[in-house]
Design a protein around this ligand. Structure first.
Ligand SMILES: [Zn+2]
Length: 199
């Protein structure tokens, strides 16, 4: 249902984007080449702790990205990875700070995403991409893959989806604002939000 909701609102198109959720004995993932607008619960891929397919359709080609994040984040219950337009647009900008690709422009962005990290471009399927994700996933629940898209972990599927949506909307705002002088949240304001609503 959440997959269809994202698809219907244009957050993902065609067969791009993939979702996964942690189970007691492995993971449930969207199958390769599946459209998030028409997911069949029966066809979802169930993979074991080593990423081997146990049942359902063959798992997404990007499953290794999900496993790289789960490996570093024991508290992650679900992960969303999209090629959503505005987030991808930000990931293509030259001269952005990889440590802060989007400044803290709203409180909800700080509360749901916080410290987004941009990692360099690697071709899809390149294991160097999984390694780059692994390196930062322990400290960052939201990672932006340059010229590709965001990957966001949450304690459950709903929170991963909502955080990804907040990222996409903030990326849109940031692009609208580019070229203007901005009032961004101060370090103290960000610190206060992090104290009240820790990630
Ligand atoms: Zn992708």
């Amino acid at each position: 249902m959440l997959g269809k909701s994202m698809f219907d609102r244009g957050l993902t198109v065609g067969s791009s984007g993939n979702i996964s959720a942690r189970l007691n004995d492995g993971w449930l993932m969207t199958p390769t080449n599946s459209c998030l607008g028409r997911l069949d619960p029966e066809a979802l891929s169930k993979v074991d702790a080593n990423g081997r397919l146990l049942s359902g359709g063959k798992q997404t080609k990007e499953s290794f990205l999900h496993l790289a994040v789960y490996g570093e984040r024991p508290s992650a219950g679900a992960i969303v990875h999209l090629h959503s337009t505005h987030s991808v647009a930000v990931s293509c900008l030259a001269e952005i700070d990889p440590q802060q690709p989007i400044p803290p422009i709203t409180a909800y962005y700080v509360m749901k995403i916080g410290n987004l990290m941009l990692i360099p471009y690697y071709a899809p399927g390149d294991m160097a991409l999984a390694n780059a994700v692994k390196e930062v996933a322990g400290k960052h629940h939201a990672i932006l893959l340059a010229n590709h898209g965001p990957i966001v972990a949450g304690k459950d599927l709903e929170s991963a989806v909502y955080a990804t949506e907040e990222l996409e909307e903030t990326a849109k705002l940031y692009l609208l604002l580019r070229g203007n002088r901005l009032n961004i949240l101060t370090q103290d304001q960000v610190a206060e939000l992090n104290r009240k609503w820790p990630q």
